[in-house]
Design a protein around this ligand. Structure first.
Ligand code: PMP
Length: 384
């Protein structure tokens, strides 16, 4: 085995996927309620996405940002017009999108005052693994081995308005928030909290950054979670689902936050035609009439049935989420062992923080498939 030991993996080698299903090397089928951690929003081998990638591969895969390319411009326009009309920078991953946002925030602050460089983020947040994003990730377990971290960061309690107020000052240039915390157990922000964050940012001239790497791209039944809350950030970071499986990240900034100039930031692969063509296809599918409403309906269906299980089984402590981003918090039993039992029965789910099992099915999942997942989950809950 030539791979570094960086992941705890389930014992399966996946070779093929179609719709909501993946197949391992032995031919065993699994119902995929992970979507590659919120990536395969259109399911596996979606015909439009496959066609677009094939077509683009035959035209131009990469050309760098020394030149313009058509898919990059088209995807930027789609992202801008479907959000708050901002400008777009393309990266390749979620953590890179956040690194770009950190640099934008630092530059914005510096333009106002030498002292305005502090970045606030939430405890138990997750923003990525590169050093800047890792520093914004308010979880010592990920940070400790890599200290010293990037200076100038501080943390507040998620959903705690008083604590956020205490940490805010003129020295802060940005507040980073996941509208729904993903890695720490699918914990939605309260509307009041996001509204107060917005208000404080306006009062202290701070950029509000929403990391929608996980909760964006249709997951919640709106294209972006902030649209569900009605609270608009200055900077939006996106990745995962944007390419439907092809690596891509993006940062959308409003006019105020549009501070980067040539030479300030860049990446060789960012915005390459292949990834952007995939992104264009995903954006067009997600914004088709009725698609996101259907995500909302399917999410409600799933959440309602899971809530019934909560009444029935003591092991289910809480069920929460929005759209097709749902967490089942367990008690008296480990999330990892529940996920493994599901795996053995052919259902893929993700153990995550707060002893929670995370469900992130493709947004194209069918009701019949939701029923199969519910049946397997119920079997597992009966057995434990
Ligand atoms: N932000 C959030 C909210 C995430 O959930 C993740 C990944 N789980 C990241 C950032 C990092 O994304 P990536 O793994 O693509 O770097």
């Amino acid at each position: 085995m030539f791979l570094m030991n960086t992941y705890n993996r389930f014992p399966a080698t996946l070779v093929y996927g179609k719709g909501s299903w993946v197949y391992d090397i032995k031919g065993k089928a699994y119902l995929d309620f992970t979507s590659g951690i919120a990536v395969n929003v259109l399911g596996h081998s979606h015909p439009e996405l496959v066609k677009a990638i094939k077509d683009q591969a035959e035209k131009l895969i990469h050309c760098s940002n020394l030149y313009w390319n058509l898919p990059q411009m088209e995807l930027a326009e789609l992202l801008s017009k479907n959000t708050f009309g901002g400008k777009v920078f393309f990266a390749n991953t979620g953590t890179e999108a956040n690194e770009a946002a950190i640099k934008i925030a630092r530059k914005y602050g510096k333009m106002k005052s030498e002292k305005k460089f502090k970045i606030l983020s939430a405890r138990n947040s997750f923003h990525g693994r590169t050093l800047g994003s890792l520093t914004a990730t308010g979880q010592p377990k990920y940070q400790k081995p890599f200290e010293p971290l990037v200076p100038g960061f501080d943390y507040f309690e998620f959903n705690n308005i008083e604590d956020l107020r205490k940490k805010v000052s003129d020295e802060v240039c940005a507040i980073f928030l996941e509208p729904i915390q993903g890695e720490s157990g699918i914990i939605p922000a309260t509307k009041e909290f996001l509204e107060e964050a917005r208000r404080l940012c306006d009062e202290y001239d701070i950029l509000l950054v929403f990391d929608e790497v996980q909760c964006g791209m249709g997951r919640t039944g709106k294209l972006f979670a902030y649209q569900k809350y009605g609270v608009t950030p200055d900077i939006l970071t996106v990745a995962k689902g944007l390419g439907g499986g092809v690596p891509i990240g993006a940062v959308v900034v409003n006019e105020k936050a549009n501070v980067l100039e040539p030479g300030d930031h860049g990446t060789t692969f960012g915005g390459n035609p292949l990834a952007c063509r995939a992104g264009v296809t995903v954006m067009k599918e997600l914004t088709k009439e009725g698609f996101l409403d259907e995500v909302d309906r399917k999410g409600r269906y799933l959440l309602e049935r899971l809530s019934r299980m909560k009444e029935k089984y003591g092991a289910v402590e809480d069920v929460r989420g929005m759209g097709l981003m749902i967490g089942i918090q367990l008690s008296g039993v480990e999330n990892k062992s529940v996920a493994m039992k599901c795996f053995e029965k052919g259902l893929l789910v993700i153990p995550t923080g707060s002893n929670t099992v995370r469900l992130l099915p493709p947004l194209t999942v069918e009701y019949g498939e939701i029923d199969i997942a519910l049946r397997i989950l119920e079997e597992v809950l009966q057995e434990i």
